[in-house]
Structures are given as structure tokens and as C-alpha cells.
Design a protein. Structure first.
Length: 679
């Protein structure tokens, strides 16, 4: 009885439940039991024949056969779980079969001898045991093998039909975790990963294989694994961590991660099986890979060409906790700077990026400050303390409708703050300042774009002076950034919809955050190394604009649902300050291709430095007095082509009727600062 109780615990199915399953179970379960009982009788006949060279005599053969069948009837339902799906037979099931076979043969041998039959021998019992184990395991092995073949055929057929290329991946983790991933990979047709090797956590498994995938090394063999892959001419697309890493493992694998960053290889982390999260109304069926939303291949950057820009230098990054800023911090830290200075106005963001940097780059000297770039005095103290050689200004207010409703705040951060950073970079003798800009600064119709254009013009004017370089890098939307449409669509999908699109005709340029930061660093390096002409603006190659409606539909499909049926898409109308499409180049800018792939150069006359200083001073005074209308008026004087308020062509309804321009209410503390003598 103790033995039966043990198997009850191992299988999770009690003897009583096992018998109940047979009474009320499926025909397949009953047929499987009948087959196993028949195998007991057949094993007796074959075992006797193989052991003695003759079949049992009729006189005693019937007695022995009945004993074998009765032993099977009693023992098999008690030990073997007939609720198991034959497609998923496990090692535990096979062990149960072996134990059942031993018990049946033991009971059979004892029963035969107690009945007075003398023809039975120990040798025949042993051969019967071997035959019985084979007969019990054969049908289960057949169904399991059939499932494996079907799975493999399904993968081959799917790959041939859609023609999609697979990503070559290197798995990192314990053998059990990697085996689980490989098993799931075999059963999921939609996943396009081709594992080329495994890095295990222990060394004595090197040279062996898991599901045909070789184990190339352990956590301390990163250089050897890299050399092996290069020797085999394997082009790696992704490294997958199959389980969370300990701190010791992270340190040991740092050479591998550094190589991945330098080679543009994506490193991904699989969520743990116990990492549960609440299920939305739609079941949250699939995780959306934002890289799949791009209608082009991501740009790959050779980090060796930009390592000389950062290695051994003091680097400051403003907006260090934001989407772009935090990725800048991580990539800069991977390139070996002498120190990294983090400027962030949000306490939570500052805490998170500081912890992230401490965990992944503990050897990099870092200094984290809570500071708003509007505060010139506080900023000056930090600049004079660290005297950074490279300054990346990623701090900005970027949400178009919010800045449209709060123009004074937009000016104070995007214009005055950028001026403070640029002036202090010049004062402390920085090698270069890189201003992160946006395509919304081109032919802008909104306050946010106008403020970013003013920052462009100011940096351009400073750059023409010589000395410290002031370079502007302009690009479009980044997928997955905070406050962007991708997180919004994800939340709406989790809630069951609908997805809200402002206009079905709207298009935007998109790239991933990693891609944007890599090209920004490359553009900065090329601007210094290739002596970029003063005042030129570097524009990242964003590919072709993508309709927002396409993004919405694709995200629904990536979540495993059908647009319009499972999740609806609603058009809600263009918001204040938005345009139907964005542009990367102004009409007055001369567009040329740079010597670096993925980067273009925009050349324009710009404005004299004294005009920009006077204009920014006027904006500063007006914004600090809360004169929103005056701020917008001054912006329109500084920025060529900027006309406050959306144009009728941008907000016209699809039925062709005239649209009424809509702007959020603004409250002016002082109606006209010029009359008051402030400006």
C-alpha cells in the first residue's frame, strides 16, 4: 500500500480517481487499459517461447495466462495513470509502467508457483518482464513520436509558406531552463528562432547537446564561445537568457554582453514561469514584440567606430531616466567612459536608472543628481564639479497636446533648459554637446515642435563660433517610449479595446529606442571624427513613414487576435497641435547624404547667435510670467513657418466638411509684457 501511495503522490492522481477515470473516462483510456492487459498475456506467451523455445502446453498454459491477465487487471489501474495524454508521455509515466511490469511479473511468478505449476522458471519470468515493459511502452512511444514529427512538419510547412527568416539565437541558462525553452519552441509555429548553441551554468556539460543543440561553454567561457561562433561563421541575431541571472552570473557573462552590444546583437530575457500577472479581459494571450511593428530591418551599428568617442571620457546625460536618456546611459556605460554624470528631474526615474547602472555596470564611476535643467545655478554647480567632455541633452517635454496646453512650461524646459545646458557646456570647455531633437521641429504646427526648433537654431548658432562642437541629431518617433502610442495600444488591448486612432490617414516615422540611440552615438562620433561642417544638423534615416492604422492592426494581430472582430479600432479626431504627417527636413534645408550609412545631413543658414540669445531671453521672461499667448507669438517670430494653431487641411474631417480649429485654453498673467517693459 505504501508503494501505491507513493505513486499517487508522484502522479497527482489517486487510485480511486484512477478507477473513476476508467468508469467515466474516454474510450481511448479504456482501450489503452485493455491493450495493456492483453500485453500481459502476450508477454507471458512470448517470454516462455523465448526462454524455452516452446509455447506453454495447453494443460498448464491456460492457468498461467489467466494469472497474468488477472495480475494486469488488478495492478495496472492502481499504478499507471490512464488519464495521461499519450502525446505528452513523460519519463515519470515510463517509470510507472516499469514498476507495474515488475509487480505483475512478481505476482504472476508467485501465483503460478502457488498453483502447483512446476514448468515456470526464473529465466522465463525475467524474459517476460523485458517483453512486457517493451509492449507497454511501445504504443506510448508511437503516439509521442507521432506528435514530435507532426510538430516538426508544422514548423517546416509554416516557414515555407510565409518565407520569413529565422533569428539565429544563443541560449544562456541552466540546462533545464534551456530544455524547456527548446521544447516550447518546437510546439509554437509562430516563433522564428533558430538556436545555434547553449551556454550552460556548469562546465561538465560542455560538448553535449540538448535536443540537438550543442552546449558551447559555461558562464566563464564567453570568449571561447564567441571564438567558436566566429570560427563557424555564425551570424548571431539575438542572445536569449532563459532564466533570471544572479549577480555572480551577470558579472561572469559581462564579456558576452559587451560583445553583444558592440556587435548590435539584441539580448532578451525570458519571463519566469512563476512571473504571473493579472489577466485582462482578452486573456492577455500574447506578448507584443515592438520590433515586429517596423516595416524594415533595424539598422545595425559597428560600435568599434564610436567607442573612441566615449572610452575614457567624462560623459553627462540630461533626462537620464527617460526612454532615450536611459538607453543612452546604458550604451555609453558599455563603452568604457571614465565617469557618467546623470541629470534627472524625476526622483523615481533617477533611482531606477542609477540602480540599473549599478547592477549591470558596477565598475563604471557614476554620479546621479536630481536636477531640472531649467535651474541654471544648480546645473552650473554640477558642470563645474565634473567638467564633462561630452554632454547629451535628452531632457525635454515631448507630448504634443500637453505642451500645446502648457506652452510656458514647454519653453522653460525645451528652450531655456537647452540653452542652459549648451551655455554651461561652452563655459566648462566640453568637447561636444549633442542636442536630441525631433522631426516635429520641421515645418511645425505645434508649440512642442517650435520649442525644439528654437533649441536646434541656438545650438546651430553656437556651433558656428568654433571651439566646443554643438551637434543636433534629429529623428522621429521611437517605439515603446513612455507616453507614446505603443504603450497606449498595449493597455487598450489588455483592456479589450477599442484602440483609439486620431485619424486613419495619419502617418509617422518610427524606429526602436536602441536603434535611435545607436545612430545618435554614431552620428556624434562621425561629427567629431569627420569634422562635420559647423551648423549642420544630422538626421537619422527613419525609412518610410508608417500609417498609424497599420500599427494598430499589426499590434492586434501580434496579440493573437483579429482587428475589427476581437478588438475594434475607433477614430477619435486629431488632437491640438498634431499633424497628419511629419517631415525630417525643412523646405529650406539642403539635404545631403553623409559618409556614414543611416545618417543624413541637413544644411541651412540658421540665425545669428545674438538674435537667438535675444529671442530666448524674451521667451524666458514671457514664460516665467505665465504669458502663454505672448510665448506663442514670440515662437512664431523666431521659428520660420510656424503659425500658431492647426491648419484646416490638417484637421479636416474625412467627409470634407470644414473643421473648426481647436486650441486648449491658455491663461495669461500679463497680457502684453512688451507694454509692461518686461521684454
Amino acid at each position: 500500500m505504501a508503494l501505491f501511495e507513493y505513486f499517487d503522490k508522484q502522479s497527482g492522481v489517486s487510485k480511486r480517481r484512477s478507477f473513476d477515470a476508467l468508469v467515466s473516462g474516454s474510450r481511448r483510456s479504456i482501450a489503452m487499459l485493455a491493450t495493456d492487459i492483453a500485453a500481459c498475456g502476450l508477454a507471458f506467451i512470448l517470454g516462455t517461447y523465448l526462454a524455452t523455445g516452446a509455447v506453454p502446453t495447453a494443460a498448464v498454459g491456460w492457468i498461467q495466462l489467466i494469472i497474468a491477465l488477472l495480475a494486469g487487471v488488478v495492478i495496472l489501474p492502481a499504478v499507471v495513470t490512464y488519464r495521461s495524454n499519450l502525446r505528452f508521455v513523460s519519463l515519470g509515466d515510463l517509470v510507472s509502467l516499469a514498476v507495474a511490469a515488475v509487480l505483475i511479473v512478481t505476482v504472476f511468478g508467485s501465483g503460478v508457483r502457488l498453483s502447483g505449476v512446476t514448468e515456470s522458471t526464473i529465466r522465463a519470468d525475467i524474459v517476460m518482464l523485458l517483453v512486457l515493459v517493451s509492449l507497454l511502452a511501445a504504443p506510448r512511444a508511437f503516439f509521442r513520436g507521432q506528435d514530435l514529427l507532426t510538430s516538426r512538419s508544422r514548423h517546416v510547412t509554416a516557414a515555407a509558406e510565409d518565407g520569413q527568416q529565422t533569428d539565429s539565437v544563443l541560449l544562456v541558462g541552466r540546462g533545464t531552463a534551456c530544455e524547456l525553452f527548446l521544447r516550447s519552441l518546437r510546439n509554437q509555429v509562430a516563433i522564428r528562432y533558430a538556436p545555434v548553441g547553449i551556454i550552460d551554468d556548469i562546465s561538465n556539460t560542455v560538448g553535449t547537446c540538448i535536443h540537438g543543440i550543442p552546449i558551447l561553454g559555461d558562464y566563464h567561457d564567453c570568449d571561447a564561445v564567441r571564438a567558436t561562433l566566429e570560427k563557424r561563421a555564425v551570424s548571431l541575431d539575438r542572445i536569449i537568457l532563459t532564466e533570471p541571472l544572479t549577480r555572480q552570473a551577470t558579472v561572469a557573462l559581462e564579456p558576452l554582453f559587451s560583445w553583444a552590444r558592440a556587435s548590435g546583437i539584441t539580448v532578451s530575457q525570458l519571463p519566469g514561469l512563476s512571473a504571473l500577472r493579472p489577466m485582462g479581459p482578452t486573456g492577455d494571450l500574447a506578448t507584443i514584440d515592438i520590433h515586429a511593428l517596423l516595416e524594415r530591418q533595424e539598422a545595425k551599428v559597428d560600435y568599434k567606430s564610436i567607442q573612441s568617442l566615449v572610452k575614457g571620457r567624462r560623459v553627462m546625460i540630461t533626462g537620464a531616466g527617460g526612454s532615450i536618456g536611459s538607453e543612452l546611459v546604458r550604451q555609453v556605460a558599455s563603452l568604457g567612459p571614465s565617469q557618467v554624470v546623470l541629470i534627472e528631474s524625476c526622483e523615481l526615474n533617477s533611482y531606477q536608472i542609477d540602480m540599473d547602472l549599478g547592477r549591470h555596470y558596477p565598475k563604471v564611476q557614476r554620479h546621479s543628481y536630481i536636477c531640472c535643467i531649467r535651474d541654471r545655478a544648480r546645473l552650473a554647480t554640477i558642470f563645474r564639479t565634473h567638467r564633462p567632455e561630452l554632454v547629451f541633452n535628452a531632457a525635454a517635454l515631448k507630448h504634443v497636446p500637453i505642451v500645446e496646453a502648457n506652452p510656458c512650461e514647454g519653453v522653460l524646459t525645451n528652450v531655456v533648459g537647452a540653452r542652459n545646458v549648451a551655455d554651461l557646456a561652452l563655459e566648462t570647455g566640453a568637447l561636444a554637446m549633442i542636442q536630441i531633437s525631433t522631426d516635429k521641429a520641421v515645418n511645425t504646427s505645434n508649440v512642442m515642435g517650435a520649442t525644439k526648433r528654437v533649441a536646434e537654431l541656438y545650438c546651430q548658432a553656437l556651433d558656428k563660433r568654433g571651439g566646443t562642437r554643438f551637434m543636433t541629431v534629429r529623428f522621429g518617433n521611437v517605439l515603446g517610449s513612455s507616453g507614446s502610442l505603443i504603450p497606449l495600444f498595449k493597455r487598450q488591448i489588455d483592456e479589450g479595446g477599442p484602440l483609439t486612432v486620431t485619424d486613419a490617414r495619419m502617418t509617422r516615422f518610427f524606429m526602436t529606442i536602441r536603434e535611435a540611440v545607436e545612430l545618435t552615438l554614431l552620428a556624434s562620433a562621425s561629427g567629431l571624427q569627420r569634422d562635420l561642417s559647423q551648423g549642420q544638423i544630422m538626421v537619422l534615416d527613419m525609412g518610410e513613414p508608417i500609417p498609424i492604422m497599420n500599427i494598430a492592426e499589426r499590434m492586434i494581430r501580434l496579440a493573437g487576435m483579429v482587428p475589427g472582430r476581437d478588438i475594434k479600432i475607433e477614430t477619435i479626431g486629431i488632437r491640438p497641435g498634431e499633424k497628419l504627417f511629419e517631415e525630417l527636413f525643412d523646405a529650406k534645408e539642403v539635404r545631403t547624404k553623409s559618409a556614414v550609412e543611416g545618417i543624413h545631413v541637413a544644411t541651412t543658414e540658421g540665425r545669428p547667435l545674438y538674435e537667438m540669445r535675444d529671442g530666448i531671453a524674451a521667451l524666458d521672461a514671457a514664460a516665467r510670467h505665465g504669458a502663454a499667448s505672448l510665448v506663442v507669438s514670440i515662437l512664431s517670430e523666431i521659428v520660420p513657418g510656424y503659425e500658431p494653431g492647426p491648419s484646416a487641411s490638417d484637421t479636416a474631417p474625412q467627409d470634407g466638411t470644414a473643421a473648426q480649429p481647436h486650441r486648449p485654453a491658455r491663461h495669461d498673467t500679463i497680457p502684453d509684457l512688451r507694454e509692461a517693459g518686461v521684454v
